[in-house]
Design a protein around this ligand. Structure first.
Ligand SMILES: [Zn+2]
Length: 311
């Protein structure tokens, strides 16, 4: 367990054996422990083990705060509620909540992407019982066991994305809206998968985070970062650069097919990552940073906006 302060901490879920790829945060309240983004079901055994090592049992877990419903953040939620913490309150944005309760469509679209690899990567996704769900719109000030947590709607990466601002630790739990950062490095990359990329919404989300002036941001991929202004300004530049590069290749009407253009884009970005990050993270981050998916996410975005440039 890694401490942020006396009552705020996180664990490395060691997803598929990879270090520092998916983090789950814990916040202690007067009533029990809140988990932020419990991760996928394939990392649940490790999460259980690490909670136990830190002195917590599932009985202590009274709430789960989801930044968004992508499987690497939220996949284990239903399993936790159904088998380990039946009274836990699950907080999720209104656009994500229906999919947590009735995950059929979410899972069939994930299966289209991951195919036969779905179970190995993510494991089972069980439904969250309706009664456990607390639906958020953004703008709420929650008081959970004496701990004040403000919620903002932060689309851009996903339309069902919120961020949590914890007054007690000064930490903003911002999921994927501030991208990924290889732990301990200055390599920052936006993650822009289909189908929800929203450049205008993203810019507004980053402004909301800055306006809150948190002491640190906490990235699911991976961990806390205290150079908030710098991180967010680098991220904004990189979002623009990604967006412009993809727009340019589409505008230029190049003859290659999408898969080829996406692969070329990914090769370039991965080379950049390799020049900045520790070698032991390369493989996992190349797979997880998904510059290839970001190309497709942006291509979809620009085609929807008719390449008008009016993001
Ligand atoms: Zn995500």
């Amino acid at each position: 367990m890694n401490r942020i302060d006396e009552t705020t901490w996180y664990v490395d879920t060691e997803y598929l054996g990879h270090e520092q790829l998916i983090a789950t945060a814990g916040l202690n309240t007067d009533d029990g422990v809140l988990l932020v983004d419990p991760g996928p079901t394939t990392a649940l055994d490790t999460l259980s083990k690490k909670l136990k090592e830190a002195g917590y049992g599932w009985d202590d877990v009274t709430g789960i705060l989801l930044t968004h419903i992508h499987l690497d953040h939220a996949g284990a939620t239903g399993t936790i509620v159904q088998h380990h913490a039946p009274d836990a309150d699950v907080y999720v944005h209104e656009r994500g909540a229906p999919h947590m309760v009735r995950p059929g469509r979410l899972l069939s679209s994930a299966r289209r992407i991951y195919g036969d690899d779905m179970d190995r990567l993510w494991g089972e996704f069980e439904a969250v019982p309706d009664d456990n769900v607390n639906v958020l719109e953004g703008g709420e000030s929650l008081d959970i066991g004496g701990r004040r947590i403000d919620v903002e709607y932060t689309p851009g990466h996903a339309q069902h994305h919120v961020s949590y601002f914890d007054g007690s630790s000064g930490t903003a739990f911002i999921g994927d809206v501030a991208g990924m950062r290889v732990h301990g490095s200055d390599y920052i990359v936006p993650v822009m998968p289909p189908p929800d990329v929203d450049l205008r919404g993203w810019a507004t989300s980053l402004e909301k985070i800055l306006a809150r002036d948190p002491e640190r941001i906490f990235l699911t991929h991976f961990g806390p970062a205290s150079d908030v202004d710098r991180h967010l300004s680098v991220l904004a530049e990189r979002i623009d650069a990604f967006a412009e590069t993809v727009r340019h290749t589409l505008d230029a009407g190049e003859q290659q097919d999408d898969a080829e253009l996406a692969a070329r884009f990914a090769d370039k970005e991965n080379a950049r990552m390799r020049s900045r990050a520790d070698e032991r993270y390369w493989e996992a981050y190349e797979r997880f940073g998904q510059p290839r998916d970001s190309w497709h996410g942006l291509a979809r975005y620009w085609r929807k906006h008719a390449l008008s440039g009016n993001g």
